[in-house]
Design a protein around this ligand. Structure first.
Ligand code: SF4
Length: 215
């Protein structure tokens, strides 16, 4: 089966919007300031964006607080053609642990992550419907460790369920990930070395210890 090129799908939407002279409202789920940096620089040329910070997976709570503050700082400092605003989601780690039950040992990139994507995107779709946004999407596909196929599949299903268009995308394309690292340096953004949950943190520490032993 041919893989869908989600960057090309996004190009089609943007071309159509430019022809129509429209600037729609987009609810953009973000996991952290560094991942959002390139996405905001890119999409704020075409959309009026609200960044939605809903990440019940983040551990520990101090990390959650730091990521929120960096997200707000980036929005305040990043030049943008169309306005970017911020919407704070609740911190509900109990929802994440309930979802992850039985999947604690699954390595990053597996079934637990797919459910984690769904949890965060479902909340985003709900907010998008409640706020009458034209589109919703997430920054998550910028990471080389995230499964863009799965994210777009979930987004497409939720679009049908909630009646809001999902903005299909794969932000790591066109050097998106590289640009996010450049912007992170430029703005001095705090960049964590693990995905976000306690399980990913443990996995990263184990890998780091193994690397030290090899030296
Ligand atoms: S590794 Fe990342 S995507 Fe996977 S469950 Fe943890 S926080 Fe969610």
């Amino acid at each position: 089966m041919n893989r869908i090129n989600y960057q090309k799908e996004l190009d089609k939407v943007i071309n159509r919007l430019e022809q129509q002279g429209r600037v729609p409202r987009l609810l953009l789920h973000s996991c952290c300031a560094p991942c959002s940096s390139y996405v905001l620089e890119y999409l704020s040329r075409y959309f009026e964006i609200t960044v939605f910070y809903y990440n019940p997976n983040i551990y520990p709570p101090e990390e959650f607080g730091m990521r929120v503050e960096e997200q707000k700082r980036l929005i305040a400092q990043l030049p943008a053609e169309h306005p970017i605003s911020f919407l704070d989601g609740p911190y509900e780690p109990e929802r994440f642990y309930e979802m992850a039950r039985g999947l604690e040992q699954v390595p990053e990139g597996g079934e637990r992550c797919f459910k984690c994507y769904r949890l965060r995107l479902t909340e985003t779709a709900e907010m998008a419907r409640a706020g009458k946004y034209d589109y919703f999407t997430t920054t998550l596909s910028i990471s080389p460790l995230k499964n863009a196929e799965k994210l777009n599949e979930i987004g497409g299903q939720l679009a049908k369920d909630y009646g809001v268009d999902y903005l299909y995308s794969d932000f790591k394309k066109r050097n998106g990930y590289k640009r996010s690292t450049e912007l992170s340096r430029e703005y001095g953004l705090y960049r964590q070395d693990y995905c976000g949950c306690v399980f990913s943190m443990r996995e990263r520490r184990t890998q780091q210890k193994a690397a030290v032993k090899e030296i």
